[in-house]
Design a protein around this ligand. Structure first.
Ligand code: GLN
Length: 382
């Protein structure tokens, strides 16, 4: 599989990279937060390691700091497994088993949607265990190898697990086991519950780097196709479901404020990773082990907030101007616009100042649906 370890010339001189470097330098000394200590292996993490990677939807990589350091994916596995469960069963079946409502509670809280007899959402442990229980396969080995293959396609390289983390997740995961058995008792999941829990502990123990996370996030930004390997990792029709659930529930009891401030679908893990996605544009992967009170990487949150602020990434930032509306009509009437069918051109392939320009591109998906209106004067488009 293709693995771009070095930056291209284009990335080297890009304003995106220089901004990432500035942000990295600004927060490097900030080691606030606490490393997860619920298992000894995670407590060994170095609080100084800090990496930021951004991969565009056309595969341009930008990275700064410790982006090759491997750590366990933990809860960032949850949205991906949710996507695989959708592929295995379709939306209606999965919705019957796991809801899509935020809990406003911590990731490991023991709360269920009693009215619908299902966990609230797949981003908290209760929902994630029920989601993993849906992954098909004849036995544990087949289910696990399917899962690991799918994760590897997302990352664009063969992934593996940290065995020491897996063994202690399994040995100490009494709360998760309690959640799983409660779900079995309520009829929310079926047997074999020990196998489902094992798979859950394994998926949490997959080793990734910040760069891997950025590629995985960019694959979501690119409609489910890994932009570097060109391989499909998730059926396009489910990408929006995965991103929606990340948007509403990905940051646990910080999800509301995250969406308010940063405005990108995202997911964090107690290993210190965060992914964030701007659909059609790019994916971000950050790594820094110290966590805030909600269990999200403290520096990762600061980085994403600063990036979102600086580049105006917030999804609900209005990007429509009168000029864009007229331009929309013009472009819908030309052959040239068909080259951008489906989603806008990713930011990486543009001229030097990509990001401000990005705002115009974000209006592009609407183009295909606009019939040219007679009487609108054609205006020049660069
Ligand atoms: N392995 C952890 C758990 O299940 C994952 C939680 C997380 O990353 N928030 O408790």
């Amino acid at each position: 599989m293709v693995r771009p370890d070095n930056l291209s010339n284009e990335a080297e001189f890009s304003p995106i990279l220089s901004s990432l470097k500035d942000i990295h330098a600004k927060y490097r000394q900030n080691t606030g937060g606490k490393i997860a200590t619920y298992i000894p292996e995670l407590a060994k993490a170095d609080p100084n390691l800090f990496g930021i990677a951004l991969v565009t939807a056309d595969g341009q990589l930008y990275k700064v700091g410790d982006t090759e350091h491997l750590f366990t994916i933990q809860s960032i596995s949850k949205p991906f497994v949710y996507g695989f469960a959708l592929e295995d069963h379709g939306i209606e079946h999965v919705l019957g088993k796991v809801g899509v409502e935020p809990t406003g509670e911590a990731f490991n809280s023991i709360v269920f949607d009693e009215r619908r007899n299902r966990p609230f959402n797949p981003m908290v442990n209760a929902g994630a265990i029920a989601t993993t229980a849906l992954i098909k396969g004849a036995d544990h080995d087949q289910r696990w190898s399917r899962l690991l293959d799918k994760f590897s396609t997302f990352a664009g390289r063969p992934l593996d697990i940290d065995h020491a983390v897996y063994v202690s997740e399994r040995a100490t995961g009494h709360r998760n086991r309690a959640i799983g058995y409660l779900e079995l008792n309520f009829g929310m999941v079926d047997e074999p519950i020990t196998e489902h829990l094992d798979l859950y502990f394994e998926q949490c123990s997959i080793l990734v780097s910040a760069r891997d996370l950025a590629v995985m996030a960019a694959t979501l930004a690119n409609n489910g196709i890994n932009p570097i390997s060109g391989k499909r990792a998730l059926e396009t029709r489910y990408v929006k479901n995965v991103l929606s659930i990340m948007h509403s529930c990905g940051m646990y009891d910080y999800a509301g404020e995250w969406s308010y401030r940063i405005g990108l679908p995202a997911k964090s893990g107690v290993g210190g990773g965060i992914i964030a996605v701007l659909p059609g544009q790019f994916g971000i992967g950050t790594f820094s082990a110290p966590l805030d009170e909600q269990g999200n990487s403290a520096r990762g949150i600061q980085v994403c907030e600063e990036l979102s602020d600086h580049f105006k990434f917030h999804m609900f930032k209005s990007r429509t101007t009168t000029v864009v509306v007229v331009r929309r009509t013009y472009r819908g009437d030309t052959i040239r616009s068909k080259r951008h069918r489906g989603f806008p051109l990713p930011i990486g392939r543009r001229t030097r100042e990509h990001l401000p320009y990005n705002q115009r591109q974000l209006a592009a998906p609407a183009i295909e649906h606009h019939q040219p209106r007679p009487g609108i004067r054609r205006i020049g488009v660069a």
